[in-house]
Design a protein around this ligand. Sequence first.
Ligand code: WT7
Length: 649
Amino acid sequence: MSANIESHLNENRVFKPAKDFVKKARVQSLAQYRTMWEESVKRPDKFWGREAAELTWQTKWKKVLDWKLPFAKWFVGGKLNVSENCLDRHLDGVRRNKAAILWEGEPGEKRVLTYAQLHREVCKFANVLKRNRVKKGDRVLIYMPMIPEAAIAMLACARIGATHSVVFGGFSSDSIRDRIADCQASLVVTADGGYRRGSIVPLKKNVDDALKDGASTIRRVIVYRRAGNEVAMVEGRDVWWHSEVEQVDAKCPAVALDSEHPLFILYTSGSTGKPKGILHSTGGYLLQAYATCKYVFDLRDEDVYWCTADVGWVTGHSYLVYGPLACGATSLMYEGAPNWPENDRFWKLIAEYGVTVFYTAPTAIRSFIRWGDEWVTKHDLSSLRLLGSVGEPINPEAWMWYHERIGGGRCPIVDTWWQTETGAIMISPLPGATPTKPGSATLPFFGVDAAVVDDEGREVGVNQGGKLVIRGPWPSMLRTIYGDKTRFRKTYWSEVKGCYFAGDGARRDKDGYFWIVGRIDDVLNVAGHRLGTSEVESALVSHPAVAEAAVVGRPDEIKGQGVVAFVVLKTGATVTPKLRDELRSHVGHVIGPIAKPDEVRITEALPKTRSGKIMRRLLKEIACGKAVTGDTTTLEDLSILAKLSASGE
Ligand code: WT7
């Protein structure tokens, strides 16, 4: 953590929002932000009550917040429907025939769905769900490529009060099976396949594999034909999306749901082997997704907004689907890879669609830098007015490149810190108000009381590292870990008394700006994807040749962090280069390709303390190729150290 702090400490450039940007912005000065922030934290009922009044409620709430640590209820007594707020309420005015989704497939097909058309498709699919016996409160698993039907399926669930759980298309069949088992889903929505870097990802086949033992709670699989690849349809279980929608009509009322009704479950990695089902609500979640789109992206009716995240991640939920649609915005959705067919696909898309607001991840930015500026300069990016970054700390070099090469020096950058658990943006500049500093997420959003504290919960001094905590509830906070309130309390609300803590370290500078250092728990951030070290460890030990495994991260120029696995083999297993590859693919098979270790190091034993705890600090140092420093007296077997250092390939 200290190395990171030091490199940031030398960063003192400040970029003020340009005058013409400020003039049109919703919040136009730091002073205005501070006044609004004060009110939002001291009088959340007043601030959030006013914001919530901009949404459509079928029944108005009686009380803005009911807080019994760690359980919050927002807009108690209020009833609303997320799909009505994202669709129906835009149908009366000029937005009726405005593009809601501009879509481009990786091979190049184009589709446009207006708000009226999207509404019609969502209503039809909601009727398909009902026809297939999905009821309010049932769980629906969505495993889709980046096509409009992914959003349609999500909104259709929301319309009838079914709780969706989207699984990223890059996850394996084992991951699908575990998630179905955890949330007891009754129906899967999938596609035959989706395109990625010119090949077809066999989504339906992965679903088949996940359901193959027959023990699952799934009664029905609805399959959208996207890629045309051959699939096996199981009689009595599988049906085609297309023939189902032909059987239903296009009218489907949006059910009035309690503000606290569970909208979705999204699984994310933690510090144990089992991913956690993060549960989000209806009213509070939608409100903060909406309000952050409005203030952080300063979204306007004339914007063409593009968030490059996959719907399988929380960014896709909040900033591809729910936030922008609640704002009535036009969103671009692109199915495939940034380097297909060539390295300039993103810039081509921006120029062609006239994208004005662009939101992507630092890992992508670092790849663009490596690919070279010539891919960028070929295209006219002058439509852009605002840039966003999310998913991991952005290094000042990448920030500057983004600012100059993509933003032409004129676009503010909003570096947005948040998490699957927080549901929406928590710390970020407001583009017309907050002077930015390369690498800093700057200041908390309205209603967010963030602080950096020590282990006793005391706020640390200027530029001192500590734990990033949130003091008190916010509208889009997770309500629980699905089915496990005890784990919810223990994981998030017990490390620092009275505060939410979810694994990040940070410091604040003299201006109160937050500089996020990154995870300080056993969670890695690989190319913006969150990965639990113990998850990868369990995957490794599920291989017949492996006795024990320890996984650590090491800095990686492009991905932020890379995965290094230390593996102890069972007696009798022999070390071959083939085995290392096999272990890597095994992890890819169990979790998904994103989890494959960059390096597998076979060792005779792992360094442990006398109480049997693996000494990860040592392993990290070895993985980085550094000499081992610090106290090693608690090591059980010191000779292990020498053996480990020699374990590289
Ligand atoms: C973790 C959350 C937020 C949606 C995508 C990831 C890291 C996220 C930033 C940022 C520094 C960031 C944190 C956080 N992170 N945004 N702007 N600056 N770090 O969601 O998978 O739940 O991961 O991503 O470490 O804890 P996630």
